[in-house]
Design a protein around this ligand. Structure first.
Ligand SMILES: [Fe+2]
Length: 194
């Protein structure tokens, strides 16, 4: 079954901050994953760009859009205790992530084994090309904060679910639950969405 998702518009948190973030972009092509990592690291050095986007919400993991255009989108995520993604991929989008406050654990799926989580504290960054599979979980900080950049912009997220003991990849709109700038629950726990 083909999945086609229409673009969903999300407002930038602030036109002024978006314009400043755009100054960090140095070419008009799709960004490679290592470039995305370098980009979020540079943005991280300017806390006036991301601190205003921090949200404390014990119910939901929160996203705010710092910047997007037709090649890239850049988000600031706030994580409170217990908040985590399940395993997921970003479809065709590469990803760069940096932790800027608190601590997060990145999980990787390893065939035939169990990988130790990668602890992300302020300044620790990661990147992955399209098809990269990971999970992210809050460890410390109220909230923990991370900056994420995707290129091309994140339109599809593949959520990995345990359906009767079988691993299933369920494509979802990358912004489907971002309409209210939040993601409900833990994708691995099959929370109903409305
Ligand atoms: Fe991710």
């Amino acid at each position: 079954m083909a999945h086609a998702f229409a673009p969903v518009h999300v407002d930038h948190y602030s036109p002024e901050l978006a314009a400043r973030a755009a100054e960090f972009l140095d070419h008009d092509e799709v960004y490679e994953a290592p470039e995305l990592e370098q980009l979020v690291r540079r943005i991280a050095e300017h806390d006036d760009l991301w601190r205003p986007l921090i949200v404390i919400d014990r119910e939901r993991r929160r996203y705010e859009l710092l910047y997007d255009d037709d090649r890239i989108d850049i988000w600031v995520l706030s994580w409170m205790p217990g908040q985590r993604t399940g395993f997921h991929d970003h479809d065709l989008s590469g990803v760069g992530v940096v932790c800027v406050q608190g601590a997060l654990d990145e999980g990787l799926l390893v065939l035939g084994g169990k990988a130790d989580p990668i602890r992300m504290t302020p300044g620790v960054s990661r990147n992955g090309p399209g098809g990269y599979v990971h999970s992210v979980a809050h460890v410390a900080g109220e909230p923990a904060v991370s900056i994420h950049a995707y290129s091309p912009p994140l339109t599809v997220v593949g959520q990995y679910r345990d359906v009767g003991g079988r691993l299933t990849r369920e494509p979802e709109h990358g912004r489907k639950e971002l309409l209210d700038r939040s993601i409900r629950g833990d994708s691995i726990e099959l929370q109903p969405s409305n």
